[in-house]
Design a protein around this ligand. Structure first.
Ligand code: BG6
Ligand code: MG
Length: 221
């Protein structure tokens, strides 16, 4: 059997931090004088911090100096971190712990592949930091998703070829990055939104019991 490895996105797959990003971006938008809705927030999923600010400013039709942008990026992150510091293991999304246990039992290695520069901190907050055999985050890449860089570095950490890697993602940009990397993409969330993924599940609780022992090996044969 072909050896496989797994790369997990963090926000939206392992933990739901989108709600905290939303609160922090919304406060900034309101400060700048416009509304920021949950639908707007969808556009920021999987996207880097800097790109998120650009999208937000487009929504409000606001243009800012580079200096102001840097100031707002900093204050948004400080606000966001206030929520992150209160997180605990109870915020791990349903099915995530069981899936990691299963991979451990099967001897399948997994790493993190996240756009977030706060990923190590978030993993520590929920007591998952030690479980991953490698972490690729927003600090390790030069190009953000949908560029495949984050996942290609993940494959190197796993010592596997891209086609042996299975990526779990909740964002369109992430699924696109996994597909571009020539990996198997698993969309977690709305299957209409993530229709470009090789497999779709509403949540991690829905992964079939033979997914890693039969479904994936069959796909990469
Ligand atoms: C991704 C989130 O995981 O990380 C995005 O889905 C976020 O919404 C991005 O913008 C960057 O996060 P951070 O923590 O570096 O601001
Ligand atoms: Mg995500």
């Amino acid at each position: 059997m072909n050896k496989i490895g797994v790369i997990f996105d963090l926000d939206g797959v392992i933990v739901d931090t989108a709600k905290y990003h939303f609160l922090a971006w919304k406060q900034l938008a309101n400060h700048l004088g416009f509304e920021f809705t949950e639908a707007h927030n969808e556009l920021l999923k999987g996207v880097s911090r800097v790109r998120s600010l650009e999208i937000l400013l487009d929504i409000g039709k606001v243009s800012l100096s580079e200096e102001k942008k840097q100031e707002y990026l900093k204050s948004k992150n400080e606000h966001y971190l206030k929520y992150i510091m209160k997180m605990g293991p109870e915020e791990i999304l349903p099915g995530a712990n069981a899936l990691l246990d299963k991979l451990d039992n099967l001897g399948i290695e997994y790493v993190l592949g996240s756009a977030s520069k706060n990923a190590p901190l978030i993993l520590k907050q929920v007591n998952l930091f030690e479980r991953f055999s490698g972490i690729v985050d927003g600090n390790s890449v030069t190009k953000a998703k949908p560029d495949p860089e984050v996942f290609l570095i993940g494959a190197q950490k796993l010592n596997l070829k891209p086609e042996q890697c299975v990526v779990f993602e909740d964002a369109i940009a992430g699924v696109e990055a996994a597909n571009k990397a020539n990996m198997i993409s698993v969309g977690i969330g709305d299957s209409n939104t993530l229709h470009e993924a090789d497999f779709n599940f509403k949540s991690l609780t829905e992964i079939p019991h033979d997914f890693f022992t039969a479904v994936i090996p069959e796909k990469i044969m």
